[in-house]
Design a protein around this ligand. Structure first.
Ligand code: AQP
Length: 330
């Protein structure tokens, strides 16, 4: 039987976080053993941040080295850079003509951005269409994502269904893969919002390249709650900070929340924090050792991108050629 296709990507907009790892990269590592996986470094998406300080040539290689250090294997998966395959932007324009403005305007991520920024660029509005193009170009079956991207996949499915209704079965309808726990790792100091690599307060975030001292400080002072008789019990509504720590623990060790509640029964929050500091330090030290080894070899990294882009281009061109013939765009 033909293997199912997985597509997923991360913006090369800075240091990857433990949220990116637990939410998606960990899933990728497992999925590459079962499916045909395509992992993209979505540089065009990161242009929406209009951050002219971003040195994309460098951050793309940093991101790739982190993918590999976490266990993504270029011999098993296609790894490439979004802007190296021009079909993404072409399909994006075509799909935008089959997407209603109201649909884009209703996206929560767009609405949140509108509240935060006065001068919002239209790339942020169109972001879900570019994301849909990324996915649909590769006949994707499964898309591993964090919780925050769920609405974008629903939109992608709607656009694909709408297009298929008009032009016949062009696109597979992709399904999101969202973890039960760990699909939304929260900020350490403000545990009502997502942990984000672009957060201005670095104490909110555990980066994959954080050193042991930073891990210690950030976890030790992570916000919890001030219950009178504090119990280590998962409750994301009443105890978001503590529950977030349990999700991080579970995401790194593979232990279930129930197992952790049992293990820490009758113990103090600080006991849990010290244990997380220990397991995170060991875990990240291993990734960092791999990372610094791999990152030194730029020719090796560039070759992976070159080979990956060649393979991605081939698949993308086939899809676009099907669409061209349906739309009579020769
Ligand atoms: N905190 C998180 N918990 C679980 N999953 C997460 N993801 C991101 N943060 C968390 C998932 O990682 C994938 C790649 O994300 P992205 O970098 O392309 O964009 P993002 O969702 O905007 O992530 P950030 O860290 O918040 O990036 P910035 O700060 O650059 O905007 C996605 O599947 C995402 O769900």
């Amino acid at each position: 039987m033909k293997k199912k296709i997985v597509f997923s990507g991360i913006q090369p907009s800075g240091n990857l976080t433990i949220g990116n790892y637990i939410g998606v990269i960990k899933q990728w590592v497992k999925m590459q053993e079962i499916y045909n996986c395509i992992f993209c470094i979505v540089d065009l998406h990161s242009l929406t941040q209009c951050n002219n300080k971003l040195k994309l040539d460098k951050t793309i290689l940093d991101t790739l080295a982190l993918y590999l250090a976490c266990g993504i294997n270029p011999n098993k998966s296609i790894i490439f850079v979004q802007s190296h395959v021009s079909e993404h932007t072409k399909l994006s324009w075509i799909l935008s003509c089959y997407t209603y403005y109201g649909e884009l305007n209703r996206m929560t991520q767009f609405k949140n951005n509108k509240i935060k920024n006065k001068n919002i660029n239209s790339g942020i509005l169109f972001y879900p269409i570019l994301m849909s193009s990324d996915i649909l170009l590769y006949n994707t079956n499964y898309v591993p994502i964090g919780e925050d991207q769920k609405q974008h996949i629903e939109l992608c499915r709607n656009i694909a269904n709408r297009f298929n209704k008009i032009f016949g079965n062009i696109f597979n309808i992709p399904k999101p893969c969202i973890l039960k726990n760990g699909s939304r790792i929260l900020s350490l100091q403000e545990p009502y919002k997502k942990m984000s690599k672009s957060d201005n307060n670095s104490n909110n975030v555990i980066y994959l390249l954080d050193n042991k001292i930073d891990i210690f400080k950030k976890i030790k002072f992570a916000k919890t709650d001030s219950e009178k008789n504090p119990k280590i019990k998962y409750d994301i509504i009443k105890k978001p900070g503590l529950s977030n720590l349990l999700n991080i623990f579970s995401g790194i060790t593979g232990k279930t929340i129930k197992q952790l509640e049992k293990e820490f029964y009758g113990k103090l929050y600080i006991d849990l924090k010290y244990k997380i500091i220990k397991i995170l330090s060991i875990f990240l030290e291993r990734i960092q050792k791999n990372y610094y080894n791999i990152r030194k070899n730029e020719d090796f990294l560039k070759n992976i991108i070159f080979e990956g882009s060649k393979k991605a281009n081939k698949i993308a061109k086939k899809t676009i050629s099907k669409i061209n013939s349906k739309l009579k765009l020769y």
